[in-house]
Design a protein around this ligand. Structure first.
Ligand SMILES: [Zn+2]
Length: 244
């Protein structure tokens, strides 16, 4: 039986001489495993559409619950990523995160939109890489139900949190003076505003914030610490990106 899916290729494993086994995110059916037979051969018509970090319309053939790619039309190749190893590596980290959180056999439109928007911003250099990374991490956690509680100080309840401190253990923000123990990651008031914006903005406005470099670095530390805390695992693609 044939069906068509719009798919973002999250991972590829080379198999036999010229096959690819793909993990893909689809808007309609979540995470899928796809066989792309012959995709690595020079003559293959599905080579381009089944490349890592490509968004394609794929025609799939289903047999006994397994899917094979028969045809592919590339919709977005994110070619900017392929000219820059560091940005490509960051794209691979986004893909590994999406693979971690996407469910199978259920629609994942929000994850798809997040992935496509962030890869596009990275590819076209609409924003600097660290800004896109922070926004991706915070928004992903928010979609998955792990938005940090950022509206009020968790101790005194005020909304205009003074010298905000983020605690990755609880996902809470308190005023520096309200902090009971040491530790925690410092935010600035504008970095906290940006964090709130990323969590609540409509998807297309998510990246519409500007921060001075120092505030951006504080937001980046918080976003990454929170994602790692919620995920309770390491991401090899993140380690690779940071070592570049
Ligand atoms: Zn307080």
């Amino acid at each position: 039986m044939f069906r068509t899916e719009n798919a973002l290729i999250l991972r590829e494993v080379r198999f036999r001489e010229s096959d690819r086994i793909l993990t893909a995110l689809t808007a309609d059916a979540g995470k899928m495993t796809l066989a792309a037979h012959g995709a690595l051969s020079k003559k293959s018509k599905i080579a381009a559409a089944t490349q890592l970090l490509t968004y394609s319309e794929l025609t799939l053939f289903e047999k006994n619950g397994r899917f094979a790619v028969r045809e592919g039309i590339t919709k977005e190749a994110f070619s900017g990523l392929r000219k820059d190893l560091k940005r490509f590596a960051l794209g691979c980290y986004f893909a590994e995160c999406l693979e971690q959180y996407a469910a199978e056999e259920q629609p994942e439109p929000e994850l798809m939109q997040l992935g496509l928007n962030c890869l596009y911003a990275l590819s076209e250099e609409l924003r600097d890489s660290e800004t896109v990374k922070s926004a991706f991490e915070l928004r992903l956690m928010s979609i998955e139900g792990y938005a940090p509680s950022a509206e009020f100080c968790a101790a005194c309840g005020r909304a205009d949190i003074r010298e905000p401190m983020f605690s990755p253990a609880e996902g809470q923000i308190v005023c520096r003076a309200c902090r009971k123990t040491g530790g925690g990651l410092p935010l600035t008031e504008s970095a906290l505003e940006a964090l709130r914006h990323v969590i609540h903005a409509p998807p297309k406005r998510m990246l519409a914030f500007r921060l001075p470099k120092e505030d951006g670095e504080k937001l980046a530390a918080v976003a990454e610490a929170w994602l790692l805390r919620c995920s309770e695992r390491n991401f090899p693609t993140l380690t690779y990106y940071k070592n570049l």
